[in-house]
Design a protein around this ligand. Sequence first.
Ligand code: NAG
Ligand code: NAG
Ligand code: NAG
Ligand code: NAG
Ligand code: NAG
Ligand code: NAG
Ligand code: NAG
Ligand code: NAG
Ligand code: NAG
Ligand code: NAG
Ligand code: NAG
Ligand code: NAG
Length: 393
Amino acid sequence: MKHVFHPLLLFFVCITISSSAQDSLQNPDFESPPAAINITSQVFLLTKANSIPGWSFNGTVWYLTSSANSSFKARDGHAVRLGENGRINQTLRGTADGYWDHILSFNLAALNEGCAADSPAAVNVSVLETWKVIFLGRNLSRDMWERHAFYMGGWGRGDSVNLEIASVASTSGRNGSSCWPVVDAFTVKRNGMPRWYEGNMLANGGFEVGPAFLSNSSDGILLNDEPDRLVSPLQQWAVLGTIKYIDSKHYKVPQGKAAVELLSGAPSGIQVDLKLPTTFTSYTLNFTMGDANDSCVGDFIVYVQTGEDVHNFTMRSNGTGSASRHSVRFKAESSKETSVRFYSFNETRASDGVLCGPILDNIVLVGSYGERIELCSGVFIFSLFIALVMLVA
Ligand SMILES: *[C@@H]1O[C@H](CO)[C@@H](O)[C@H](O)[C@H]1NC(C)=O
Ligand SMILES: *[C@@H]1O[C@H](CO)[C@@H](O)[C@H](O)[C@H]1NC(C)=O
Ligand SMILES: *[C@@H]1O[C@H](CO)[C@@H](O)[C@H](O)[C@H]1NC(C)=O
Ligand SMILES: *[C@@H]1O[C@H](CO)[C@@H](O)[C@H](O)[C@H]1NC(C)=O
Ligand SMILES: *[C@@H]1O[C@H](CO)[C@@H](O)[C@H](O)[C@H]1NC(C)=O
Ligand SMILES: *[C@@H]1O[C@H](CO)[C@@H](O)[C@H](O)[C@H]1NC(C)=O
Ligand SMILES: *[C@@H]1O[C@H](CO)[C@@H](O)[C@H](O)[C@H]1NC(C)=O
Ligand SMILES: *[C@@H]1O[C@H](CO)[C@@H](O)[C@H](O)[C@H]1NC(C)=O
Ligand SMILES: *[C@@H]1O[C@H](CO)[C@@H](O)[C@H](O)[C@H]1NC(C)=O
Ligand SMILES: *[C@@H]1O[C@H](CO)[C@@H](O)[C@H](O)[C@H]1NC(C)=O
Ligand SMILES: *[C@@H]1O[C@H](CO)[C@@H](O)[C@H](O)[C@H]1NC(C)=O
Ligand SMILES: *[C@@H]1O[C@H](CO)[C@@H](O)[C@H](O)[C@H]1NC(C)=O
């Protein structure tokens, strides 16, 4: 017989509530055009006199208007292309009381498919001292757009921060003029501080707290390698390789509104390092593994590492949204943090050639007192009883 200790809440501090509110970014999708634009022109080079409402720019920046016959299709008509030394910026002001995490998500594309092969388009996204270079991947999206995310930082009402998006010069020696990045559809999502619920020692074990999905987009959001879980767009989870954050509107999600899909990589996954109390004799890690109903057919292998142990879980996916629950038991290491890591190496592609893989959701970690303690306490109570009897006698 074993007991699972439930009120784990006691061990953690639950700080503020989660929310999906947004801080406002002006003209986030560039639908308000520069003042004196020749609207018949599909590519418009910005000049000092002609900035985009809400945004400042520097260097070579083009305002794009997609038309029925252009090779390029902005998802909503207009987008911005960052050329040589091209950068755009906007100052955001905190509007909510308290301290909030801010997650940026945006669309990234190149003007044509050909350029991505040898020198992928890339942007340098920065806020305050934090920056990250985000590359356009290969075979990661159904659209020519990829949606990416970036952890902007924490702030509250009255704070103001400057968001800047800059082009990153092509690394290839070839003329990469067609590879300058195109950006569109910026969204800022406000998330509350991490929250621990009763019966789970992991915060955000169901992946509900992450970047904002575009209501219109049927594709997920790509989350790039982020070893530090405290600055991860997926709250409390470090990201290994590239994973896709998927929503229940467009994918089969086992629980709640979101899950993660491990794309092929070397490896692709998620990780959290925890200092686990050794008062528990063992831990149980439960999770759901499945496929996203995105025609991802193949044999999935998910490796689950808990401390030094590695377990593997396999499933045959026919790409139609099946899922099953699994469980791993392990002991905590007394002195150091225990790594809990889920990852996958295998490459699987959906019928349209887009990389895909196993999905994970609803990860629950509980500690339990094993039989030994149970027995000990039984013996202890029995001895106590005998002692009492002897005392009375
Ligand atoms: C606007 O652009 C079109 C096509 O690029 C061009 O033919 C036309 O002359 C331009 N008009 C003005 C006023 O610049
Ligand atoms: C544009 O960038 C250059 C070089 O970084 C800088 O000298 C200049 O002041 C910037 N212009 C504006 C308007 O920010
Ligand atoms: C493509 O669009 C431009 C205007 O954006 C137009 O002038 C041109 O005739 C169109 N070409 C075709 C083949 O439709
Ligand atoms: C862009 O950044 C500059 C400083 O680098 C700042 O002066 C300007 O106000 C910013 N533009 C916007 C729209 O916030
Ligand atoms: C990205 O931008 C930040 C802030 O402007 C800068 O400090 C950093 O060097 C840039 N990184 C790259 C690789 O361009
Ligand atoms: C996937 O990538 C390969 C090259 O790695 C390319 O030939 C193919 O067109 C890509 N497919 C899609 C759907 O992007
Ligand atoms: C790149 O190619 C364009 C035309 O395709 C040309 O105008 C430009 O000068 C070239 N740039 C370099 C650095 O070779
Ligand atoms: C969604 O997409 C449609 C066309 O694909 C567009 O008309 C509409 O404005 C989009 N809505 C939003 C909220 O972006
Ligand atoms: C975890 O899974 C095991 C085995 O399926 C089950 O006995 C246990 O109740 C589960 N624990 C939680 C907290 O879901
Ligand atoms: C999965 O784990 C079993 C032992 O639990 C091991 O024999 C097997 O080789 C592993 N498979 C892979 C693909 O790592
Ligand atoms: C896919 O798998 C599910 C369950 O694993 C099964 O119910 C379904 O019939 C399968 N579909 C096909 C097309 O094989
Ligand atoms: C998955 O990866 C493992 C280890 O890299 C390899 O042994 C196995 O053959 C792969 N399976 C498939 C179906 O690709």
